[in-house]
Design a protein around this ligand. Structure first.
Ligand code: CA
Length: 393
């Protein structure tokens, strides 16, 4: 053995010990899998040689540097590109969507909007092996309570033969395929629309869109009803902090002065709605209905549900929101972001060619700068920071 090989072996030992520990943890999951009806053969095939995936932990524990304002989130979620692709998808899948609307009662524009939001129409379904991701979460103690039932459920999906091990990919959290179903959601709601015996949300668009429709249907979707309306808040009403969970009929809202921005009447005045005004009186306000709450079953985020609702309206031919989101005067333009990066490069805080894209390196450089100057450290590149850098010359 050469000296370098011996050194490499020594270096590898802690890694080998970690791998053994990981395997021991994974094998410790057998009793709960067995109790749920997983066969030994399925378990062994899925867990043999399974290793810890550090990328999973990295993403599971990622904390965004700053909370993106709702308006910015919506602008990105309902981009021109996503709208354009969505219209193409509506045309390409017309016959399928006819059938799904008839069978499940869920509007085609909503189905396509969810598809666009979840996986960008199947182009970003996640490429991490689901068994590995879930085992990594469980054995590292990160979101392990969430991951345990998902792991067992994922094994049962493999056992049933809906998908094979190598193709069972998804996000770090095990959200899979076009629909981004986690294994327990998949097990409960995925459907085999094309009738080949497999519920294929990874590679089969009819199965995927039918699964979304099936899930929304059981989430109490009301056929023919809207998700909500953009409304004007009456003068003198303080919308800040009002809970969208406080429900009144649309007729009552109307009486209180909450009218649609287009001036049209509410088609179903008896329906119960809540007021969702994420920026209080400084941005668009919405009366949200039962179907908004069904979308929340898919993903528990008001911004997400608003994006799906709005994208579906836009796909149907509706326009952008009438009321403007508040603009952050401290936000940088593309040229200003490049200038900021250049100034950070000059100071040796950042490397590379300025491109105006604020990634982890730029955020880290801004943080270092803030730390050096005894400023609040949030990494958020603002006009204030840019002006301070310019003033230094
Ligand atoms: Ca199928």
């Amino acid at each position: 053995m050469t000296l370098t090989a011996a050194a490499a072996l020594v270096l590898c030992q802690p890694q080998a010990a970690r791998a053994d520990k990981f395997q021991a943890c994974v094998q410790g999951l057998w009793p709960s899998a067995k109790a749920a009806g997983v066969k030994r053969e399925t378990f062994d095939r899925a867990t043999q040689g399974l290793t810890h995936n550090p990328k999973v932990i990295e993403q599971a524990t990622f904390q965004p540097e700053y909370k993106r304002p709702v308006g910015e989130y919506i602008d990105r979620a309902v981009s021109d590109k996503r709208l354009e692709t969505g219209k193409q998808m509506l045309a390409d899948n017309k016959e399928l969507l006819d059938k799904l609307e008839a069978k499940y009662g869920v509007d085609r524009h909503v189905l396509v909007a969810v598809w666009g939001m979840e996986s960008n129409y199947g182009t970003q379904p996640g490429d991490m092996n689901v068994i590995q991701s879930l085992a990594t979460l469980i054995c590292s103690g990160t979101k392990s309570k969430f991951a345990r039932p998902q792991f067992v459920s994922a094994l049962k999906i493999l056992q049933r033969g809906d998908i094979n091990y190598d193709a069972m990919n998804g996000s770090w959290a095990g959200a899979m395929g076009h629909t981004q179903f986690i294994p327990t959601t998949y097990s409960a709601y995925a459907v085999d629309h094309d009738g080949d015996g497999k519920r294929d949300i990874w590679g089969n668009v009819p199965d995927a869109l039918a699964s979304t429709a099936s899930y929304l249907k059981v989430s109490n979707w009301q056929p023919g009803a809207a998700w909500g309306y953009e409304v004007r808040v009456p003068k003198g009403f303080n919308a800040k902090g009002v809970s969208e969970k406080k429900l009144r009929s649309l007729a009552e809202w109307q009486k209180a002065g909450f009218v649609r921005v287009d001036g049209k009447p509410y088609p179903r005045p008896g329906d119960k709605a809540g007021l969702f005004a994420p920026e209080g009186n400084n941005g668009p306000a919405f009366l949200v209905l039962n179907n908004f709450r069904s979308i929340l079953r898919y993903n528990q985020s008001n911004s997400y549900a608003l994006a799906v609702g709005h994208l579906s309206d836009r796909l149907r031919g509706g326009g952008p929101f009438v009321q403007a989101w508040p603009t952050d005067e401290n936000r940088l333009s593309l040229d200003q972001r490049k200038e900021l990066q250049q100034l950070l490069v000059v100071r040796g805080l950042l490397e590379g060619e300025p491109d105006g894209v604020i990634g982890p390196m730029t955020l880290e450089a801004v943080k270092t700068y803030q730390r050096n100057k005894n400023l609040p450290v949030d990494g958020y590149p603002t006009l204030t920071i840019l002006k301070a850098l310019r003033a230094e010359g």
